[in-house]
Design a protein around this ligand. Structure first.
Ligand SMILES: NC(=O)c1ccc[n+]([C@@H]2O[C@H](COP(=O)([O-])OP(=O)(O)OC[C@H]3O[C@@H](n4cnc5c(N)ncnc54)[C@H](OP(=O)(O)O)[C@@H]3O)[C@@H](O)[C@H]2O)c1
Length: 342
């Protein structure tokens, strides 16, 4: 990666699921850093978080935390991003935010490097990292859009507990242990018991019976693909899986493209691993994909109910490609494009 200078990096929310993964990704990818600082709430001040075979001490997030920082990777709430994002940008950092606070703002690029890295140039100090289902979905849809055009997309998600943060992962584990011990599991983080269950909700309700997550997937997919009129709808479901989101996707293309052609196309497209041989029982699962970088796709088939229809199944690690990895890839791309690190 061409950079004349090593960068000072801040990870905001370093004690959380995504922040932890960001630190791991930064060291795994040998990000050209001079210094990495870990920021979190007052509660975590003085704790340590693992980084690069060692650990770093967590500092409290405050207005002066971004002095001298070149890249600020935010992995905290939307409120924190709204409050501290502009401060970090004003002090000269490129902010890459994982919350949904900035994603749909007009002057904020929403970036998946395999799809719309050119949008990075339009940043005014803040770049948004998209929703953990929208990222893998657009990685798959983009080559199909270029080859055959997109008419309509229906997506049903199977989202893991870690998508809702560490608290739900801990609750799922406690519930599973309680059930195994013959005890009544308790649920306080999520509206329903998640262990031994599947929950078609838990996100904030929105208009017309949809929820916040479904609306995000629709709006963000349109923005990333530069397809504001794309006919797309989503149905989101939480499943009792620790890490890895699955998505069952029904696609209608403008031009006919067969399942075989799609398999070939996707196997040569960036960021995608095709795992597709149902006769050999080969298809991606969250368990198999957790910890991996690519968006995995399998069960690619023609939709027999539609002339230009396709059905496929995608799985990606929501903490990596769905969050931390994508954010670090944006920073790497910004360096490559000369946006930072000159
Ligand atoms: N999980 C996913 O798959 C995923 C995917 C895409 C995007 N995101 C987004 O990424 C963000 C982080 O998600 P997560 O799953 O990592 O959540 P999480 O595990 O609950 O972690 C939240 C982090 O925010 C920090 N924080 C909370 N209040 C703070 C404050 N007042 N000042 C500074 N830091 C504060 C926490 O620090 P303390 O430990 O000190 O409380 C913790 O480090 C969220 O906006 C989420 O929507 C998550």
């Amino acid at each position: 990666m061409p950079t004349s200078k090593r960068l000072n990096v801040a990870v905001v929310g370093a004690t959380g699921m995504v922040g932890n993964e960001m630190l791991r990704v930064l060291s795994q990818r040998e990000f050209p850093s001079e210094r990495v600082i870990a920021l979190a709430s007052e509660r975590s001040k003085g704790m340590t978080v693992p980084y690069n075979g060692s650990s770093i001490q967590v500092e409290e997030l405050n207005e002066s935390a971004f002095k001298g920082i070149d890249v600020a990777l935010f992995a905290a709430s939307g409120d924190i991003a709204l409050m501290y994002g502009p401060q970090a940008a004003e002090s000269g950092a490129l902010v890459i935010d994982n919350s949904s606070a900035w994603r749909m703002k007009q002057n904020v690029p929403l970036v998946v490097p395999e799809v719309n890295s050119d949008d990075i140039r339009d940043n005014e100090g803040i770049i948004a990292n998209p929703n953990c289902c929208a990222i893998p979905l657009t990685v798959i849809l983009n080559p199909l859009k270029k080859k055959a055009g997109l008419e309509r997309v229906l997506v049903a998600t199977y989202q893991s507990a870690s998508g809702a943060g560490r608290a739900l992962v801990d609750e799922l584990e406690e519930q599973t242990k309680a059930i195994a011990a013959g005890e009544e599991p308790s649920a306080s983080v999520y509206p329903y018991q998640l262990a031994y269950n599947v929950v078609p909700g838990g996100w904030r309700p929105e208009a017309d019976g949809y929820n916040e997550e479904e609306v995000k997937i629709v709006n963000e997919t349109r923005k990333i693909l530069h397809e504001p009129e794309l006919r797309i709808t989503a149905a989101c479901v939480r499943v009792p899986v620790p890490v890895g989101h699955g998505e069952s996707v029904f696609i209608e293309t403008t031009e006919k493209i067969t399942a075989d052609e799609v398999r070939e196309l996707l196997s040569t497209s960036p960021g995608i691993a095709v795992q597709d041989d149902p006769h050999a029982r080969l298809y991606p699962t969250p368990h198999g994909v957790a910890g991996k970088d690519e968006v995995y796709v399998g069960r690619i088939r023609d939709d027999a109910s539609s002339r230009h229809g396709l059905v496929l199944w995608i799985v990606s690690d929501n903490l990596r490609k769905g969050a931390a990895l994508n954010a670090v890839q944006i920073a790497e791309k910004a360096i490559e494009m000369g946006v930072i690190g000159k």
